[in-house]
Each structure stands twice: as structure tokens, then as C-alpha cells.
Design a protein. Structure first.
Length: 334
């Protein structure tokens, strides 16, 4: 008698955990992407654990921790040290660099592979009519799709960014030659990757809603995401105030990012490179009286401010695109 009474109780207790209504629909539509991305994270995690162990063992066994390919550190001048660094860069360094650059392409994959079909596929097939016939409002439907896809993308990209940061740290800035400011690390090992993926998702969703055709929307999103990534890369040094050194070029460490170098007049005017090339100070001084060499640079302490500014820009743009998408769907779908 007791067993007969307990079974319905268990069903009622766990019934609330199953997705219902719109939640069930979002799960059905995104479950393939969930399992694919879950598999990607698992494979990447296994590879990261193996790679991290290998590079740490190599660095320790060769005694090259903190050493560059060319270094004035007495420790790094020891027998076999420089050769060990070069061999590390030719093997582990290349893998680390390639992985970072590959991960930097994730926003384009997200935008074209998840964002563009998110609404474009439903609008192309006409399945949105069935959803709205169940009493679901247009705005609520779009918000649910954007929120569920955004949550998935944020979690996956965040985990991948943490993994890459973890494998980069033992050799970053020196042994591997991959600086904190490099595209391979900056775009792949911090919150900027998550923000860029969310921006690409929102961009793809809007393009899909506008074109109402999946394949063209994917192609256009791929191009637009590439342009956005290029713009972000171009303006990155100027998102946070750097330091300008006027006079003799300062001694630079492995963690210094030089993003500007040339000559400046006494009134602050910077000379074009075709008029006065860096490294030819005597000729420049003779041609332009009073000119001095300048260097624009960022220190390692600027990493997080730069990450924060780029992330805020991407997240702000993503929210704006999401609002436009919701407004467009609410007005255009009847």
C-alpha cells in the first residue's frame, strides 16, 4: 500500500522540474546546439588539462620560467636556456597561438551558426505562426529566444575563455611570446570574448529577422561580425588612456604594449611617417627643429580596464540590437 501511494507523490514532486510551455519550446529548439557545445567544452577541457600539464613540465624541466627568446636576465643566459625557449615556441607556443586565434573566431561562428537561424529559420519556414497561435505574444517569444540562446552562448564562451586563460598563464608574456595585448590572448582569454559572442548573437538575430532567409542571413552575419571584430581590434588601444613617453625610447619589458611610435614637434603635432620615419632622429631633427621621439604604450595594469571598456561597448551594442529586433518583430509580424 505504501509503495502504491509513493509513486504519484514522486511524479508530482519532479513534474515541476520539467520545462513547460515556452521553456519546453526553447529547449526543443536549442537542444542540438546545447549538446554540440557541451561536447565542444568537454573536448576542449580534456585538451586543456593535457596541454597545461605538458607545458608546465617542459618549462620546469628546462628551467625557462620567465625567460624570453632574447633576455638580459642572467638566469636566462644559462646554457641551453635560449634554445629551450625557442623549442617551446616552435611546439607548444604555436599550438597556444593557434588555439587563441581560433577561439577569437568564436563570435563569428556564434553569429552565423546560432544568431542568424534563431529567427530567420522560423520566419522562413513560417513556424512562428504556430507558436503565436498558442497565445504567446510576439515580444515574449523573441525575448525568450534571445535570452535562452544568450544564456547558452555566455556560459560556453565564458568557460572556454577561462580554459584558454588557464593554459596561457604558465608561459604568457615571456616563454611563449604571446603577450597579454596580443589578439590571440586579449580576444580569447577574458570577458571580451563573452561580450563579443553576445554581440554577434544579437547581430545575427537581427539580420535573420530582417532578411527572413537563413542562408543569406548567415552569410551577411559572418561578414558583419568580421567587420565588427576588425573595428574592435583597431580601436582597442584607444579605449583606455595609455602613457606617452617623449624623448628617448624607454626600456620596454615583456608586458609593455607599444601601439604608437614616431616623432612630435614642440607644439605637439605628430609628424607623418612618410615625412619623418622612426629611428632616424638626427635627420628628422635637422628637417624639423625641436622634434623629439615619442612612444605610446600600455602597461600590464591596463589589461582589465581595456577588457572592461571593450566588454561594455559590446554588451551595450548587443542590448541595443536586441531591443531593435524585438521592436521589429512586434511591428512586422501579423
Amino acid at each position: 500500500m505504501t509503495a502504491v501511494l509513493e509513486a504519484p507523490v514522486r511524479r508530482r514532486a519532479f513534474a515541476g522540474l520539467a520545462p513547460r510551455g515556452l521553456r519546453w519550446l526553447m529547449w526543443r529548439q536549442l537542444r542540438l546546439a546545447v549538446w554540440v557545445l557541451f561536447g565542444l567544452v568537454v573536448v576542449a577541457g580534456v585538451a586543456a588539462v593535457w596541454f597545461h600539464g605538458q607545458e608546465v613540465d617542459y618549462i620546469a624541466s628546462h628551467g625557462i620560467a620567465g625567460c624570453e627568446a632574447i633576455s638580459l636576465d642572467p638566469h636566462c643566459q644559462g646554457p641551453g636556456i635560449q634554445q629551450g625557449v625557442l623549442e617551446f615556441r616552435a611546439t607548444y607556443g604555436r599550438t597556444l597561438l593557434g588555439s587563441g586565434l581560433l577561439l577569437a573566431l568564436l563570435p563569428a561562428v556564434v553569429g552565423a551558426g546560432i544568431g542568424a537561424p534563431l529567427l530567420g529559420q522560423e520566419l522562413e519556414r513560417g513556424t512562428w505562426k504556430l507558436v503565436l497561435s498558442q497565445g504567446v505574444g510576439r515580444g515574449r517569444w523573441v525575448l525568450a529566444k534571445l535570452a535562452s540562446a544568450g544564456l547558452l552562448v555566455a556560459v560556453v564562451s565564458g568557460v572556454l575563455a577561462l580554459m584558454y586563460r588557464w593554459v596561457w598563464q604558465p608561459s604568457g608574456n615571456n616563454v611563449s611570446g604571446i603577450g597579454w595585448y596580443s589578439q590571440a590572448f586579449f580576444a580569447s582569454g577574458g570577458p571580451a570574448l563573452v561580450a563579443a559572442c553576445l554581440l554577434a548573437l544579437a547581430l545575427g538575430a537581427l539580420v535573420g529577422a530582417l532578411l527572413r532567409r537563413t542562408l543569406p542571413a548567415m552569410a551577411v552575419t559572418l561578414v558583419l561580425t568580421g567587420l565588427v571584430e576588425y573595428v574592435l581590434y583597431s580601436v582597442r588601444p584607444y579605449l583606455w588612456s595609455g602613457r606617452t613617453v617623449v624623448g628617448q625610447r624607454p626600456e620596454l619589458t615583456n608586458t609593455t604594449w607599444v601601439f604608437g611610435h614616431g616623432f612630435v614637434r614642440p607644439d605637439g603635432t605628430r609628424l607623418p611617417y612618410y615625412d619623418c620615419f622612426p629611428g632616424d632622429g638626427a635627420q628628422c631633427a635637422a628637417k624639423y627643429a625641436g622634434t623629439k621621439e615619442f612612444t605610446d604604450l600600455h602597461r600590464a595594469a591596463d589589461y582589465w580596464p581595456l577588457q572592461g571598456m571593450e566588454s561594455l561597448i559590446c554588451l551595450g551594442a548587443a542590448v541595443l540590437l536586441a531591443v531593435v529586433t524585438v521592436g521589429w518583430i512586434r511591428r512586422r509580424l501579423a
